[in-house]
Write a protein that binds this ligand. Structure first.
Ligand code: NAP
Ligand code: MG
Length: 506
């Protein structure tokens, strides 16, 4: 019989043998995740979508359709109608009819009930909506599931609550709706932008014609179905898919009372010229080139996470992306090393995979634009640093990147790249930081990272940006107004300020 000592020795030897025979792990492989794709089995897409006019899906008078694709695989998802001028006219007339005969006569509390109903149905369909958003636009499911769709639902709930309380939002005024609102939205937050537009408009008693972006029409179509399911009176929400010409036809339609546009500054300027002198109300949410300022007293690891969140998640397709990093010279080396290490851990790939951090670029056109500006940055003498992550063979991809050695005059420091590319500059004093942050034609958002509350107040009060985040970045709430200064547009969306764009006061 073996003694206790021998038994113990035999067990220890067995453990040592297992350790010896275990295959060596590649560095980092312990941290690899197995694929975890979100199932798309329950998502039903139609082969072909008509236009949503007067409460029904109708074939376009133009008889034209175009394909919408999945930018991560280049596979076609569906055909979508291309609305011509006659279709836009039909949608505007349906909206006008609904406004006069039904919606503007409804008791505000009843209007609110419809909006609450839309919010609840959206909430029930959250998972399906998130998957469609990721398939059509390329954003990671973790973004569409945890950011976009919850905010969409929150916007409808928030505005439903205002429907019968508008006289409290604007005390000492008689409040009335404007009429038919034409709303044009971009591709980076397709369903969220639709919610930002539709929820306040209809809660205030207006009716709408919405034009989604060409590359991301599918969640707008899903929203049309939600309006049907909620029994929303026909014509209160109309959705016309199409290209820039469809948007232009809406802008120029004489029976539209207000235009709300979110998109590029160039198109915003065209719209401003087109509406000048027509009496149409106008709000513009345009481009941005936000400065994210990190002071030497900031919590550096948190700041690095904020920088990553600000520019790489959603592939930098964010108007308020923190695309310029201003870092205090004394901590620049440390911070850039940490940033570089962190970028190396970001996972780029299948947007439907729950572990994906960086998804696909929305379209070939956008990818070409990013490549052109990055090439220009290299040509102008800045130094490019890029993650060496694997790039899928199909689809549109751009690895998380940053530039150092950037001068304020470089195009990459002044123009919106709208991709996962950060331009890093340094500063020595708070005055220099503010000066550099504001030295740009845009003024949409900014970020400040510091341990000192007094510094936050001092710096933020000098920033010419509509939203300034302190020790965080890219945080949204329906009750908090969002909008720009200078070439980033005018008017606010969200909160009481956002309601103002959809009411007449007397
Ligand atoms: P975009 O080219 O200006 O397009 C925006 C929308 O306008 C799309 O639906 C587009 O249709 C339509 N459009 C194009 N030409 C038009 C015209 N002449 N008249 C009327 N409508 C027209 O912008 P994008 O490239 O889709 O979006 C990216 C831009 O949006 C970025 O600059 C970003 O900063 C900005 N953005 C701003 C905010 C904000 O809140 N400030 C939010 C999100 C995005 P097509 O899709 O068919 O071209
Ligand atoms: Mg698409």
């Amino acid at each position: 019989m073996a003694s206790v000592k021998e038994e113990r020795e035999a067990r220890a030897e067995a453990v040592r043998r297992v350790e010896r025979e275990k295959p060596a792990l590649e560095f980092g492989s312990a941290w690899e995740y197995s694929p975890a794709p979100e199932s798309r089995d329950h998502v039903r897409l139609d082969e072909r979508y008509g236009l949503f006019i007067g409460g029904k899906f109708v074939a376009p008078k133009s008889r034209k359709y175009f394909a919408t694709i999945n930018p991560a695989t280049e596979e076609k998802l569906a055909d979508v109608a291309e609305a011509g001028a006659a279709d836009v006219d039909a949608a505007v007339r349906a909206a006008e009819d609904a406004y006069r005969k039904r919606w503007s006569r409804l008791k505000p509390a009843d209007r609110g009930k419809y909006v609450y109903r839309i919010a609840r149905i959206l909430q029930e369909k959250s998972r399906e909506l998130a998957i469609i958003e990721s398939m059509d636009g390329g954003k990671p499911i973790k973004e569409s599931r945890d950011v976009d769709v919850p905010l969409v639902v929150a916007h409808f709930f928030y505005h439903a609550g205002w429907a019968d309380k508008l006289e409290y939002a604007f005390p000492r005024h008689a409040v009335s709706p404007i009429g038919v609102c034409g709303q044009i939205i971009p591709w980076n937050f397709p369903l969220l932008m639709a919610a930002w537009k539709i929820a306040p408009a209809i809660s205030c008693g207006n009716t709408v014609v919405l034009k989604p972006a060409e590359t991301t029409p599918l969640t707008a179509m899903a929203l049309a179905k939600v309006c049907e399911e909620a029994d929303l009176p026909p014509g209160v929400v109309n959705i016309v898919t199409g290209a820039g010409e469809t948007g232009a036809a809406l802008v120029n339609h004489p029976r539209v009372n207000k235009i709300a546009f979110t998109g590029s500054t160039d198109v915003g300027k065209i719209i401003q010229r087109a509406t000048a002198g027509t009496g149409k109300r106008l709000t513009l949410e345009l481009g941005g080139k936000a400065a994210n300022i990190v002071f030497e007293d900031a919590a550096i690891d948190q700041a690095v996470e904020g920088i990553i969140n600000g520019i790489y998640f959603n592939q930098g397709h964010v108007c308020c992306a923190g695309s310029r990093l201003l870092v205090q010279e004394s901590i620049a080396d440390t911070l850039l090393q940490k940033l570089s290490d962190r970028i190396a851990t970001l996972r780029m790939g299948d947007p439907l995979d729950k572990n994906t951090d960086v998804g696909a670029i929305n379209s070939k056109m956008q990818l070409d634009k990013i490549r052109e500006l990055v090439a220009c940055g290299v040509e102008e003498g800045a130094e490019l640093h890029q993650s060496s992550c694997a790039i899928p063979s199909k689809g549109y991809w751009f690895p998380p990147s940053f530039f150092t050695g950037v001068a304020q005059s470089h195009r990459i420091a002044r123009e919106e790249i709208f991709g996962p590319v950060l331009s890093v500059m340094t500063f020595r004093t708070p005055e220099e930081a503010v000066e550099k942050a504001n030295n740009i034609p845009y003024g949409l958002s900014a970020g400040v990272w510091t341990d000192k509350g007094s510094k936050i107040f001092k710096i933020t009060s000098k920033m010419r940006a509509g939203v300034v985040w302190a020790n965080t970045f890219n945080k949204f709430d329906p009750s908090s107004p969002f909008g720009g200064y200078k070439e980033s547009g005018f008017g606010r969306e969200g909160g009481v300020h956002g309601l103002r764009a959809y009411v007449e006061l007397s």
